[in-house]
Design a protein around this ligand. Structure first.
Ligand SMILES: CC(C)(COP(=O)(O)OP(=O)(O)OC[C@H]1O[C@@H](n2cnc3c(N)ncnc32)[C@H](O)[C@@H]1OP(=O)(O)O)[C@@H](O)C(=O)NCCC(=O)NCCS
Ligand SMILES: CC(=O)OP(=O)(O)O
Length: 328
């Protein structure tokens, strides 16, 4: 276990942060929830068809006696949550539609967070990213001053730790939006006690190519530096110029990152999602996320390819965000 994960655990000791797991009928989720219920870091609340969860527990030999379970079909407070949902959606749904929508575990779970019955949510082992995050975009919404949420991964290999984004949310980013991802990623890294050194990535370094795409990254770098002058930020850089000191010396000798970036901002979702999966599957990194940044409360997605250990650890990240939410 890396020192970073050990530190997350020791900061969460005795905190018992309530985290909702909408996908209680998935074996990886249920196993991780049972393991978390044995800790004092997180108190899991598991959603799903109660008989399905019990059958799965029996099949997997899991003791679910310490789990709080909510079956959307029979949940007694559903009408209360539906009324809150109608208010939050401001005329976009009727009361009947709200009750129907709350049969969806991701909507129900997100409403539990919004109404303060839980402090965070982890989902996406079964559902796609759009189905997982849409309720959060509609209900939790972004913090004042943040226009768009974005998704970063914490990439861990031994004691190596990097942040990569946006790997999950925004199919297209203009220069202002890319700058916002960089600024939020620096803040996310800081909230996990990293010292961010941010590279805005491109296929070009210091104008080695000049296209609409490279100009966008150049402009995004300028905006990000203006917003966060105290953080080392540089772009447009190719990955090697951002990460390998010897290459940085050749391609960008003036770079304040000096080839030692630890927060990598991709110019598009295609690059970001493909890039993190290559680092994970070919590079042997553990990938935790996508962690949604800039939201009012922590809601985090999983890859459908996740393991039960990734579920367990993403819950630690989510609980940490819940603890540090007000400092961000
Ligand atoms: C994130 C995503 C689902 C949003 O799409 P969508 O639901 O069609 O978005 P809409 O434009 O209909 O907006 C729905 C709501 O979300 C909000 N929203 C959309 N994108 C947002 C963002 N990036 N940040 C904050 N809010 C956002 C909208 O403002 C809107 O709010 P409102 O209903 O209160 O007005 C979509 O951009 C997407 O599919 N992204 C790619 C996800 C993916 O597959 N990633 C790869 C695997 S990780
Ligand atoms: C983050 C991500 O790529 O999610 P999935 O693998 O579920 O599409």
């Amino acid at each position: 276990m890396s020192q970073f994960l050990e530190n997350l655990k020791s900061n969460l000791e005795d905190r018992n942060i309530e985290i909702v797991f909408p996908e209680g009928t998935d074996p990886r989720i249920l196993t991780a929830a049972v393991e978390l219920a044995e800790t004092t870091y997180v108190r899991p609340i598991v959603l799903g068809d109660e008989s399905g969860i019990k059958a799965l527990a029996e099949k997997e030999g899991l003791d679910i006696s310490k789990l709080e379970m909510i079956d959307p079909a029979t949940y007694e407070d559903k009408q209360v949550l539906a009324d809150e949902f109608v208010k939050r959606r401001k005329g976009k749904v009727t009361s009947d539609q709200a009750l129907e929508i709350l049969n969806d575990v991701n909507y129900l779970g997100t409403m539990l967070v919004y109404t303060g019955r839980a402090q965070g949510l982890v989902s996406g082992a079964v559902h796609s990213t759009p189905d997982t995050v849409r309720p959060a975009l509609q209900i939790i919404k972004t913090k004042p001053g943040v226009t768009r949420t974005s998704g970063v991964f914490f990439m861990l290999r031994g004691d190596e730790l990097y942040v990569m984004g946006d790997c999950a949310i925004n199919p297209e980013l203009n220069a202002e939006e890319m700058a916002e991802v960089a600024v939020e990623a620096a803040k996310t890294a800081k909230s996990f006690k990293m010292d961010p050194r941010v590279a805005l990535l491109s296929f070009s370094t210091r104008g080695s190519a000049k296209t609409e795409e490279t100009e966008k990254v150049k402009l995004a770098t300028q905006y990000a530096k203006e917003k966060l002058p105290e953080v080392p930020i540089d772009g447009e850089l190719q990955f090697d110029a951002a990460f390998v000191p010897g290459v940085a010396e050749k391609k960008a000798p003036d770079s304040e990152l000096k080839g030692r970036a630890n927060v990598f901002i991709f110019p598009s979702l295609e690059a970001g999602n493909i890039g993190y999966k290559i680092a994970q599957r070919l590079g042997g990194f553990e990938a935790y996320g996508p962690i949604l940044q800039g939201l009012n409360q922590p809601v985090n997605d999983l890859s459908r390819g996740c393991s039960k250990d990734e579920v367990f650890n993403l819950a630690l990240f989510t609980a940490t965000q819940a603890l540090t939410q007000d400092d961000a």
